[in-house]
Design a protein around this ligand. Structure first.
Ligand SMILES: *Cc1c(COP(=O)(O)O)cnc(C)c1O
Length: 435
Protein backbone atom coordinates (compact mmCIF):
# COMPACT_ATOMS: atom_id res chain seq x y z
CA UNK A 1 0.00 0.00 0.00
CA UNK A 2 2.07 2.95 1.26
CA UNK A 3 5.54 3.04 -0.23
CA UNK A 4 6.62 6.61 0.31
CA UNK A 5 5.28 8.45 3.32
CA UNK A 6 5.07 12.01 4.41
CA UNK A 7 5.28 12.90 8.07
CA UNK A 8 4.53 16.43 9.14
CA UNK A 9 4.48 17.08 12.89
CA UNK A 10 2.93 13.75 13.81
CA UNK A 11 0.41 13.94 10.98
CA UNK A 12 1.09 10.76 9.07
CA UNK A 13 -0.28 10.38 5.57
CA UNK A 14 0.58 7.35 3.46
CA UNK A 15 0.76 8.10 -0.22
CA UNK A 16 -2.04 5.84 -1.44
CA UNK A 17 -5.68 4.92 -0.93
CA UNK A 18 -6.03 1.11 -0.53
CA UNK A 19 -6.88 -0.71 -3.78
CA UNK A 20 -8.91 -3.44 -2.02
CA UNK A 21 -11.31 -3.71 0.88
CA UNK A 22 -10.64 -6.37 3.53
CA UNK A 23 -13.17 -9.05 4.56
CA UNK A 24 -12.55 -10.81 7.89
CA UNK A 25 -14.90 -13.65 6.85
CA UNK A 26 -11.83 -15.21 5.23
CA UNK A 27 -9.87 -15.27 8.50
CA UNK A 28 -12.34 -16.05 11.31
CA UNK A 29 -11.32 -19.30 13.06
CA UNK A 30 -14.98 -20.40 13.02
CA UNK A 31 -17.48 -19.36 10.34
CA UNK A 32 -20.15 -16.81 11.19
CA UNK A 33 -23.78 -17.91 11.53
CA UNK A 34 -25.55 -17.15 8.22
CA UNK A 35 -28.28 -14.57 7.70
CA UNK A 36 -31.69 -16.26 7.81
CA UNK A 37 -34.80 -15.70 5.72
CA UNK A 38 -37.39 -14.65 8.34
CA UNK A 39 -40.20 -16.68 6.71
CA UNK A 40 -38.39 -20.00 6.19
CA UNK A 41 -35.64 -19.67 8.84
CA UNK A 42 -33.30 -21.09 6.17
CA UNK A 43 -30.06 -19.29 5.23
CA UNK A 44 -30.99 -16.17 3.23
CA UNK A 45 -30.21 -16.48 -0.49
CA UNK A 46 -29.27 -13.86 -3.02
CA UNK A 47 -32.84 -14.08 -4.42
CA UNK A 48 -34.30 -13.38 -0.95
CA UNK A 49 -32.33 -10.15 -0.70
CA UNK A 50 -32.69 -9.01 -4.32
CA UNK A 51 -35.74 -6.76 -3.68
CA UNK A 52 -33.82 -4.93 -0.94
CA UNK A 53 -30.17 -4.55 -2.02
CA UNK A 54 -28.10 -4.03 -5.16
CA UNK A 55 -26.81 -7.30 -6.59
CA UNK A 56 -23.09 -6.46 -6.19
CA UNK A 57 -23.73 -5.55 -2.56
CA UNK A 58 -25.48 -8.87 -1.86
CA UNK A 59 -22.42 -10.63 -3.31
CA UNK A 60 -20.26 -8.69 -0.88
CA UNK A 61 -22.63 -9.50 1.98
CA UNK A 62 -22.20 -13.23 1.32
CA UNK A 63 -18.55 -13.13 0.22
CA UNK A 64 -15.82 -15.13 1.96
CA UNK A 65 -13.04 -13.67 -0.19
CA UNK A 66 -10.33 -11.92 1.81
CA UNK A 67 -9.81 -8.93 -0.49
CA UNK A 68 -12.40 -7.22 -2.72
CA UNK A 69 -11.31 -4.72 -5.33
CA UNK A 70 -12.46 -1.14 -4.83
CA UNK A 71 -13.99 0.09 -8.13
CA UNK A 72 -12.01 2.93 -9.70
CA UNK A 73 -14.83 5.56 -9.50
CA UNK A 74 -15.19 4.83 -5.75
CA UNK A 75 -11.43 5.03 -5.20
CA UNK A 76 -11.35 8.29 -7.07
CA UNK A 77 -13.94 9.82 -4.72
CA UNK A 78 -12.17 8.34 -1.66
CA UNK A 79 -9.00 10.11 -2.78
CA UNK A 80 -10.71 13.46 -2.15
CA UNK A 81 -10.11 12.93 1.60
CA UNK A 82 -8.36 9.56 1.93
CA UNK A 83 -6.02 8.40 3.27
CA UNK A 84 -7.41 10.05 6.38
CA UNK A 85 -4.77 11.26 8.81
CA UNK A 86 -3.28 9.29 11.67
CA UNK A 87 -2.27 11.85 14.26
CA UNK A 88 0.02 11.51 17.27
CA UNK A 89 -1.87 12.97 20.23
CA UNK A 90 1.23 14.57 21.72
CA UNK A 91 -0.59 17.28 23.66
CA UNK A 92 -3.15 14.82 25.02
CA UNK A 93 -0.28 12.58 26.20
CA UNK A 94 1.26 15.54 27.99
CA UNK A 95 -2.04 16.61 29.53
CA UNK A 96 -2.62 13.10 30.88
CA UNK A 97 0.99 12.65 31.92
CA UNK A 98 1.09 9.25 30.24
CA UNK A 99 4.16 7.44 28.95
CA UNK A 100 2.01 5.65 26.40
CA UNK A 101 2.22 6.74 22.76
CA UNK A 102 -1.26 7.80 21.73
CA UNK A 103 -2.48 8.09 18.14
CA UNK A 104 -5.87 8.79 16.64
CA UNK A 105 -7.23 7.91 13.21
CA UNK A 106 -9.41 10.86 12.24
CA UNK A 107 -12.39 10.23 9.94
CA UNK A 108 -13.79 13.74 10.41
CA UNK A 109 -11.96 14.94 7.29
CA UNK A 110 -14.60 13.52 4.91
CA UNK A 111 -16.96 16.08 3.31
CA UNK A 112 -19.77 15.15 5.74
CA UNK A 113 -17.46 14.92 8.73
CA UNK A 114 -17.56 11.20 9.52
CA UNK A 115 -16.50 7.72 8.36
CA UNK A 116 -19.94 7.09 6.79
CA UNK A 117 -19.03 8.11 3.18
CA UNK A 118 -16.60 5.15 3.03
CA UNK A 119 -19.71 3.02 2.60
CA UNK A 120 -22.26 5.47 1.18
CA UNK A 121 -20.09 6.18 -1.88
CA UNK A 122 -19.73 2.45 -2.57
CA UNK A 123 -23.44 1.76 -2.08
CA UNK A 124 -24.53 4.66 -4.30
CA UNK A 125 -22.05 3.56 -6.98
CA UNK A 126 -23.38 -0.02 -7.22
CA UNK A 127 -27.01 1.11 -7.20
CA UNK A 128 -26.35 3.56 -10.03
CA UNK A 129 -24.46 0.85 -11.93
CA UNK A 130 -27.50 -1.43 -11.64
CA UNK A 131 -29.91 1.18 -13.01
CA UNK A 132 -31.76 2.23 -9.86
CA UNK A 133 -33.63 5.57 -9.75
CA UNK A 134 -33.18 6.04 -6.03
CA UNK A 135 -32.06 4.55 -2.74
CA UNK A 136 -33.91 4.76 0.56
CA UNK A 137 -32.43 4.72 4.02
CA UNK A 138 -32.80 5.50 7.71
CA UNK A 139 -30.66 7.86 9.71
CA UNK A 140 -30.22 8.51 13.41
CA UNK A 141 -28.22 11.63 14.14
CA UNK A 142 -28.27 12.38 10.41
CA UNK A 143 -24.66 11.47 9.65
CA UNK A 144 -25.57 8.49 7.51
CA UNK A 145 -28.45 10.28 5.78
CA UNK A 146 -26.20 13.22 4.94
CA UNK A 147 -23.42 10.90 3.75
CA UNK A 148 -25.74 8.88 1.52
CA UNK A 149 -27.33 12.10 0.21
CA UNK A 150 -23.85 13.36 -0.71
CA UNK A 151 -22.93 10.11 -2.48
CA UNK A 152 -26.25 10.07 -4.39
CA UNK A 153 -25.67 13.65 -5.52
CA UNK A 154 -22.23 12.61 -6.82
CA UNK A 155 -23.74 9.72 -8.83
CA UNK A 156 -26.96 11.55 -9.82
CA UNK A 157 -29.21 9.16 -7.91
CA UNK A 158 -32.40 9.96 -5.92
CA UNK A 159 -32.25 9.63 -2.12
CA UNK A 160 -35.13 9.26 0.39
CA UNK A 161 -34.22 9.38 4.06
CA UNK A 162 -36.26 8.44 7.16
CA UNK A 163 -34.74 10.22 10.14
CA UNK A 164 -35.41 9.19 13.76
CA UNK A 165 -37.84 11.81 15.05
CA UNK A 166 -35.76 12.73 18.13
CA UNK A 167 -32.81 13.70 15.92
CA UNK A 168 -34.97 15.24 13.17
CA UNK A 169 -36.21 17.71 15.77
CA UNK A 170 -33.02 18.25 17.77
CA UNK A 171 -30.49 18.29 14.89
CA UNK A 172 -31.92 20.48 12.11
CA UNK A 173 -28.52 21.09 10.51
CA UNK A 174 -28.24 17.52 9.26
CA UNK A 175 -31.67 17.80 7.61
CA UNK A 176 -30.54 21.02 5.94
CA UNK A 177 -27.37 19.26 4.84
CA UNK A 178 -29.44 16.46 3.25
CA UNK A 179 -31.64 19.03 1.49
CA UNK A 180 -28.54 20.82 0.22
CA UNK A 181 -27.45 17.56 -1.44
CA UNK A 182 -30.95 17.20 -2.94
CA UNK A 183 -32.32 14.37 -0.78
CA UNK A 184 -35.85 14.07 0.66
CA UNK A 185 -35.91 13.68 4.43
CA UNK A 186 -38.87 12.67 6.65
CA UNK A 187 -39.24 12.32 10.43
CA UNK A 188 -39.77 8.68 11.42
CA UNK A 189 -42.15 7.14 12.24
CA UNK A 190 -43.92 8.98 9.41
CA UNK A 191 -47.40 8.61 7.92
CA UNK A 192 -45.90 7.77 4.49
CA UNK A 193 -45.57 4.01 5.08
CA UNK A 194 -47.72 1.21 6.50
CA UNK A 195 -45.10 0.37 9.11
CA UNK A 196 -44.76 4.04 10.12
CA UNK A 197 -48.52 4.48 10.50
CA UNK A 198 -48.77 1.27 12.57
CA UNK A 199 -46.00 2.43 14.92
CA UNK A 200 -47.57 5.86 15.34
CA UNK A 201 -50.86 4.25 16.24
CA UNK A 202 -49.23 1.97 18.80
CA UNK A 203 -46.85 4.60 20.27
CA UNK A 204 -48.29 8.07 19.50
CA UNK A 205 -45.57 9.94 21.46
CA UNK A 206 -42.58 7.93 20.32
CA UNK A 207 -39.27 9.72 19.72
CA UNK A 208 -38.58 7.08 17.08
CA UNK A 209 -35.73 4.60 16.79
CA UNK A 210 -33.35 3.37 14.13
CA UNK A 211 -35.28 0.09 14.07
CA UNK A 212 -38.51 1.91 13.18
CA UNK A 213 -36.84 4.09 10.53
CA UNK A 214 -35.26 1.02 8.89
CA UNK A 215 -38.71 -0.60 8.59
CA UNK A 216 -40.01 2.45 6.73
CA UNK A 217 -37.06 2.72 4.36
CA UNK A 218 -37.11 -1.03 3.56
CA UNK A 219 -40.86 -0.90 2.89
CA UNK A 220 -40.48 1.93 0.36
CA UNK A 221 -37.63 0.12 -1.41
CA UNK A 222 -39.42 -3.24 -1.60
CA UNK A 223 -42.53 -1.62 -3.11
CA UNK A 224 -40.57 0.18 -5.86
CA UNK A 225 -38.66 -1.99 -8.38
CA UNK A 226 -36.43 0.96 -9.27
CA UNK A 227 -35.45 1.59 -5.64
CA UNK A 228 -33.14 -0.24 -3.26
CA UNK A 229 -32.43 0.19 0.39
CA UNK A 230 -29.04 1.22 1.81
CA UNK A 231 -27.95 0.58 5.40
CA UNK A 232 -25.25 2.67 7.04
CA UNK A 233 -23.86 0.13 9.50
CA UNK A 234 -24.25 -3.42 10.88
CA UNK A 235 -24.07 -5.34 7.56
CA UNK A 236 -20.97 -7.25 6.41
CA UNK A 237 -20.81 -5.11 3.25
CA UNK A 238 -20.60 -1.93 5.33
CA UNK A 239 -17.83 -3.27 7.57
CA UNK A 240 -15.98 -4.41 4.43
CA UNK A 241 -16.21 -0.88 2.96
CA UNK A 242 -15.06 0.63 6.25
CA UNK A 243 -11.97 -1.60 6.31
CA UNK A 244 -10.10 1.17 4.48
CA UNK A 245 -9.79 2.84 7.90
CA UNK A 246 -7.89 -0.05 9.48
CA UNK A 247 -5.85 -0.89 6.38
CA UNK A 248 -4.61 2.69 6.26
CA UNK A 249 -4.00 2.82 10.02
CA UNK A 250 -1.85 -0.32 9.89
CA UNK A 251 0.28 1.16 7.09
CA UNK A 252 0.51 4.48 8.93
CA UNK A 253 1.61 2.91 12.24
CA UNK A 254 4.23 0.97 10.35
CA UNK A 255 5.39 4.15 8.62
CA UNK A 256 5.56 5.86 12.03
CA UNK A 257 7.91 3.11 13.21
CA UNK A 258 5.46 1.65 15.74
CA UNK A 259 4.84 -1.66 13.96
CA UNK A 260 1.26 -1.83 15.19
CA UNK A 261 -1.00 -0.73 18.06
CA UNK A 262 -1.07 -2.47 21.45
CA UNK A 263 -4.64 -1.42 22.11
CA UNK A 264 -7.36 0.05 19.90
CA UNK A 265 -10.42 1.90 21.22
CA UNK A 266 -13.45 2.54 19.00
CA UNK A 267 -17.04 3.58 19.65
CA UNK A 268 -19.68 1.02 18.80
CA UNK A 269 -23.21 1.78 17.63
CA UNK A 270 -23.85 -0.65 14.80
CA UNK A 271 -20.17 -1.54 14.77
CA UNK A 272 -19.02 -0.16 11.41
CA UNK A 273 -16.31 2.35 12.35
CA UNK A 274 -14.97 0.05 15.07
CA UNK A 275 -15.07 -2.94 12.73
CA UNK A 276 -13.54 -0.93 9.90
CA UNK A 277 -10.68 0.18 12.11
CA UNK A 278 -10.08 -2.95 14.16
CA UNK A 279 -10.93 -6.01 12.03
CA UNK A 280 -7.97 -5.61 9.65
CA UNK A 281 -5.67 -5.70 12.74
CA UNK A 282 -7.56 -8.74 14.07
CA UNK A 283 -7.41 -10.54 10.73
CA UNK A 284 -3.68 -10.01 10.37
CA UNK A 285 -3.21 -11.49 13.82
CA UNK A 286 -5.48 -14.46 13.02
CA UNK A 287 -3.31 -15.16 9.96
CA UNK A 288 -0.21 -15.13 12.19
CA UNK A 289 1.21 -12.08 10.39
CA UNK A 290 0.99 -9.43 13.14
CA UNK A 291 4.13 -7.90 14.67
CA UNK A 292 2.52 -8.32 18.12
CA UNK A 293 -0.86 -8.69 19.84
CA UNK A 294 -3.41 -5.87 19.56
CA UNK A 295 -6.20 -5.60 22.14
CA UNK A 296 -9.45 -4.24 20.73
CA UNK A 297 -11.92 -2.44 22.99
CA UNK A 298 -15.43 -1.41 21.91
CA UNK A 299 -16.97 1.47 23.86
CA UNK A 300 -20.77 1.65 23.89
CA UNK A 301 -23.21 4.02 25.57
CA UNK A 302 -24.40 2.90 29.01
CA UNK A 303 -27.96 3.55 27.81
CA UNK A 304 -27.70 1.30 24.74
CA UNK A 305 -25.31 -1.49 25.78
CA UNK A 306 -25.82 -4.13 23.04
CA UNK A 307 -22.64 -6.10 23.73
CA UNK A 308 -22.10 -5.48 27.42
CA UNK A 309 -25.70 -6.21 28.45
CA UNK A 310 -27.42 -7.74 25.40
CA UNK A 311 -27.87 -11.37 24.32
CA UNK A 312 -26.13 -13.17 21.45
CA UNK A 313 -28.96 -14.59 19.34
CA UNK A 314 -30.79 -14.27 16.05
CA UNK A 315 -32.75 -11.03 15.83
CA UNK A 316 -34.21 -8.67 13.26
CA UNK A 317 -32.49 -5.46 12.21
CA UNK A 318 -35.71 -3.46 12.43
CA UNK A 319 -38.80 -2.98 14.57
CA UNK A 320 -41.36 -4.25 12.03
CA UNK A 321 -39.24 -7.42 11.67
CA UNK A 322 -38.85 -7.30 7.90
CA UNK A 323 -35.04 -7.63 7.49
CA UNK A 324 -33.17 -10.94 7.30
CA UNK A 325 -32.46 -12.43 10.75
CA UNK A 326 -28.91 -11.77 11.95
CA UNK A 327 -26.99 -13.55 14.72
CA UNK A 328 -25.81 -10.66 16.85
CA UNK A 329 -25.64 -9.09 20.30
CA UNK A 330 -29.02 -7.43 20.71
CA UNK A 331 -31.21 -5.66 23.24
CA UNK A 332 -34.30 -6.76 21.24
CA UNK A 333 -36.02 -4.98 18.36
CA UNK A 334 -38.53 -3.34 20.73
CA UNK A 335 -35.77 -1.65 22.72
CA UNK A 336 -36.09 2.13 22.43
CA UNK A 337 -32.99 3.72 23.99
CA UNK A 338 -33.06 7.07 25.79
CA UNK A 339 -32.78 9.93 23.31
CA UNK A 340 -29.05 10.44 24.07
CA UNK A 341 -27.11 12.93 21.95
CA UNK A 342 -24.93 10.27 20.34
CA UNK A 343 -27.78 9.38 17.97
CA UNK A 344 -25.49 7.16 15.90
CA UNK A 345 -25.10 4.79 18.86
CA UNK A 346 -28.84 4.31 19.53
CA UNK A 347 -29.20 0.93 17.84
CA UNK A 348 -30.53 -2.25 19.49
CA UNK A 349 -28.11 -4.62 17.75
CA UNK A 350 -24.45 -4.97 16.82
CA UNK A 351 -22.83 -5.91 13.50
CA UNK A 352 -22.72 -9.72 13.14
CA UNK A 353 -18.97 -9.53 12.34
CA UNK A 354 -18.22 -7.58 15.52
CA UNK A 355 -20.63 -9.76 17.52
CA UNK A 356 -18.92 -12.92 16.26
CA UNK A 357 -15.47 -11.57 17.15
CA UNK A 358 -16.69 -10.60 20.63
CA UNK A 359 -18.35 -13.99 21.12
CA UNK A 360 -15.10 -15.74 20.16
CA UNK A 361 -13.21 -13.67 22.75
CA UNK A 362 -11.21 -11.78 20.11
CA UNK A 363 -12.16 -8.37 21.52
CA UNK A 364 -13.50 -6.63 24.63
CA UNK A 365 -16.40 -4.25 25.28
CA UNK A 366 -17.13 -1.60 27.91
CA UNK A 367 -19.84 1.05 28.31
CA UNK A 368 -19.77 4.66 29.47
CA UNK A 369 -22.54 7.10 30.56
CA UNK A 370 -23.25 10.19 28.47
CA UNK A 371 -21.91 12.87 30.85
CA UNK A 372 -18.52 11.17 31.13
CA UNK A 373 -18.19 10.84 27.35
CA UNK A 374 -18.83 14.54 26.69
CA UNK A 375 -16.42 15.52 29.47
CA UNK A 376 -13.76 13.35 27.82
CA UNK A 377 -14.56 14.86 24.42
CA UNK A 378 -14.11 18.35 25.82
CA UNK A 379 -10.73 17.45 27.37
CA UNK A 380 -9.69 16.01 24.02
CA UNK A 381 -10.78 19.19 22.19
CA UNK A 382 -8.75 21.34 24.60
CA UNK A 383 -5.66 19.24 23.94
CA UNK A 384 -5.96 18.43 20.23
CA UNK A 385 -8.23 21.17 18.87
CA UNK A 386 -10.62 18.78 17.16
CA UNK A 387 -14.14 18.73 18.60
CA UNK A 388 -15.10 15.07 18.35
CA UNK A 389 -18.58 13.81 17.42
CA UNK A 390 -20.61 12.68 20.47
CA UNK A 391 -20.26 9.08 19.25
CA UNK A 392 -16.48 9.41 18.98
CA UNK A 393 -16.40 10.80 22.55
CA UNK A 394 -17.15 7.24 23.72
CA UNK A 395 -13.92 5.91 22.21
CA UNK A 396 -12.01 8.84 23.70
CA UNK A 397 -13.60 8.29 27.10
CA UNK A 398 -12.65 4.60 27.12
CA UNK A 399 -9.09 5.40 26.06
CA UNK A 400 -8.65 8.29 28.51
CA UNK A 401 -9.94 6.22 31.45
CA UNK A 402 -7.40 3.55 30.50
CA UNK A 403 -4.57 6.08 30.21
CA UNK A 404 -5.54 7.76 33.51
CA UNK A 405 -5.68 4.41 35.31
CA UNK A 406 -1.94 4.03 34.82
CA UNK A 407 -2.41 0.51 33.43
CA UNK A 408 -0.74 1.38 30.13
CA UNK A 409 2.94 0.43 30.06
CA UNK A 410 5.64 2.91 29.06
CA UNK A 411 5.86 3.16 25.28
CA UNK A 412 2.62 1.24 24.74
CA UNK A 413 0.89 2.30 21.52
CA UNK A 414 -2.75 3.30 22.02
CA UNK A 415 -4.89 3.94 18.94
CA UNK A 416 -8.22 5.78 19.18
CA UNK A 417 -10.76 5.76 16.37
CA UNK A 418 -12.23 9.25 15.99
CA UNK A 419 -15.20 8.49 13.75
CA UNK A 420 -16.31 12.07 13.17
CA UNK A 421 -16.28 15.77 13.81
CA UNK A 422 -18.68 17.30 16.37
CA UNK A 423 -18.99 20.93 15.34
CA UNK A 424 -22.61 20.39 14.24
CA UNK A 425 -23.21 18.77 17.64
CA UNK A 426 -22.12 21.72 19.77
CA UNK A 427 -25.67 22.20 21.13
CA UNK A 428 -25.32 18.69 22.58
CA UNK A 429 -22.06 19.59 24.31
CA UNK A 430 -23.79 22.66 25.67
CA UNK A 431 -26.85 20.73 26.86
CA UNK A 432 -24.81 18.08 28.68
CA UNK A 433 -21.88 20.10 30.02
CA UNK A 434 -23.29 23.62 30.32
CA UNK A 435 -20.67 26.39 30.32
C1 LIG B 1 -22.97 6.71 12.73
C2 LIG B 1 -21.83 7.08 13.54
C3 LIG B 1 -21.29 6.21 14.51
C4 LIG B 1 -21.91 4.89 14.87
O1 LIG B 1 -21.99 3.94 13.88
P1 LIG B 1 -21.02 2.70 13.80
O2 LIG B 1 -21.62 1.86 12.73
O3 LIG B 1 -21.01 2.02 15.13
O4 LIG B 1 -19.70 3.23 13.43
C5 LIG B 1 -20.16 6.59 15.19
N1 LIG B 1 -19.59 7.79 14.97
C6 LIG B 1 -20.08 8.66 14.06
C7 LIG B 1 -19.39 9.98 13.88
C8 LIG B 1 -21.20 8.33 13.33
O5 LIG B 1 -21.68 9.20 12.42
Amino acid sequence: MAESNLEVQGYIVPSEVPTHWYNIMADFPEPMAPLLNPATKEPATKEDMAPIFASHLIDQELSTERYLEIPEPVREIYSQWRPSPLIRAARLEKMLGTKARVYYKYEGVSPTGSHKPNSSVAQAYYNKLEGMDKVTTETGAGQWGASLAMACAMFDLGCEVYQVRASFESKPYRRMQMHTYGADCYASPSDRTESGRAMREQFPDTSGSLGMAISEAVEVAVKNPKAHYALGSVLNQVLIHQSVIGLEAMAQLEAAGEGTADVVFGCAGGGSNLGGLALPFMGRELRGEAPRHTRIVAVEPKSCPSMTEGEFRYDFGDTAQTTPLMKMYTLGTDFVPDPIHAGGLRYHGMAPMVSHAYHLGLMEAISRPQDQTFAAGREFARAEGIIPAPESCHAICGAMDYLKSGEAKDGEVVLIGISGNGVLDLPSYDAVLGD
